[in-house]
Design a protein around this ligand. Structure first.
Ligand code: SF4
Length: 360
């Protein structure tokens, strides 16, 4: 990307994934199963792995959930992060059972000696800590009514936790400063990035449903990413977490930061459209989600699916593969050349077989 320049952050290992220091921006999500039910949790993590999730977080609300960490770990491939509040003994249990990272706030985990014990165990296990401050849970933030004061308060809260860890000579830290307001969030991340070089986990918290949450997260994260801020992202949606990962890939791909392997270029349709393009493209998306190995392409395969010959041939020629619709037919393009005609019900199978050939 022309203007994109990443902030230089510290490199942190989370299991086999590297965050920061210029590594690829890692995509994360969080399960919404009950972690006490480890089988359902594993099932959901496998679904997340299928769509390319690279780090997954589970909430450990009690000791029973922490006892499941090793069972979950044994059955998944991606690094597992424990979300822990208040009870440091749950974190100790999760560390004992092989967790790859803990998300805590040292400030709510108890007295100094408890933090000391925790840091000692985290150091021994060589795992990082994410300090995740959320505007909604901090009265020091809520007491202010303007975005700048709230952002400053959010950053101060994060810095307070950071200093506790630094005092214990612990520096494998990832930080997030989330608010549901975009302006507050961006200001907070910017202030923090000017103070420390720890890798940043980006997110707009409680951003809403698939539709509104996607727009809000993309607006907020997009601005920060374009400014070079951010080492790992979670798009929070009130939806199946699988959707969070799909949106995260689309967002990074639209900014040309990372590729999800495929980019579909399709027109909005109009009165000239003579095929059911909306259904065809939606079928195509569903089919693409089942193809393994697409993400190996660092430059996405561009597939144009256009309604008519006004803009269709131009876009189809620019793409790797493309179809420009006509009356109950489509003109098929490959690498800019016309190679044939396809009936509407054959658009998806034809394009999918061309993509699969490219994968060989
Ligand atoms: S490509 Fe053709 S069908 Fe699609 S919106 Fe443009 S003019 Fe309409």
């Amino acid at each position: 990307m022309k203007f994109y320049k990443r902030s230089q952050t510290r490199k942190i290992n989370v299991g086999n994934v590297v965050i920061g220091g210029g590594s690829a921006i890692a995509i994360q999500s969080m399960t919404n199963t009950n972690t006490r039910d480890w089988k359902s949790t594993v099932k959901q993590i496998k679904q997340l792995e299928e769509v390319g999730c690279e780090i997954v977080r589970v909430s450990l609300a009690d000791m029973e959930s922490a006892y499941n960490v090793n069972k979950i770990k044994k059955n998944i491939k991606i690094p597992l992060v424990a979300d822990i509040h208040f009870d440091y003994t749950i974190a100790l249990e999760a560390i004992k059972r092989g967790i790859d990272k803990v998300r805590i706030n040292p400030g709510n985990i108890g007295s100094k000696d408890k933090v000391e014990i925790l840091v000692k165990e985290v150091k021994k296990a060589h795992i990082p800590i994410r300090i995740g401050v959320n505007a909604g849970s901090l009265k020091e933030v809520r007491k202010f009514h303007d975005n700048t004061s709230r952002a400053k308060a959010l950053t101060s809260a994060a810095m307070e936790h950071v200093r506790i860890l630094e005092k214990h000579d612990f520096f494998d830290i990832v930080v997030s400063l989330k608010a549901s307001n975009i302006d507050t969030t961006i200001q907070a991340y910017k202030i923090f990035a000017s103070k420390r070089n720890y890798p940043l986990h980006l997110g707009i918290t409680e951003s809403g449903t698939i539709s509104s949450g996607t727009v809000k997260s993309s607006a907020g994260l997009g601005i920060m990413l374009y400014d070079g801020i951010g080492d790992t992202i979670r798009v929070s949606l009130t939806a199946d977490p699988v959707e969070e990962v799909k949106v995260a890939y689309s967002l990074l791909q639209s900014l040309e930061i990372r590729s999800s392997g495929i980019e579909i270029i399709s027109c909005p349709t109009c009165s000239r459209t003579q095929v059911d393009l909306i259904k065809i493209v939606s079928d195509m998306e569903k089919k693409l989600a089942t193809i393994k190995g697409l993400r190996k392409f660092s430059n996405p395969i561009k597939v144009a699916m256009m309604g008519c010959v006004v803009n269709g041939p131009g876009e189809a020629k620019e793409a790797d593969f493309g179809i420009a619709g006509g009356k109950d037919i489509g003109i098929l393009f490959k690498n800019g050349e016309i190679i044939g005609k396809v009936k509407p019900d054959n658009w998806v199978p034809k394009l999918v077989s061309m993509i699969k050939d490219r994968l060989k």
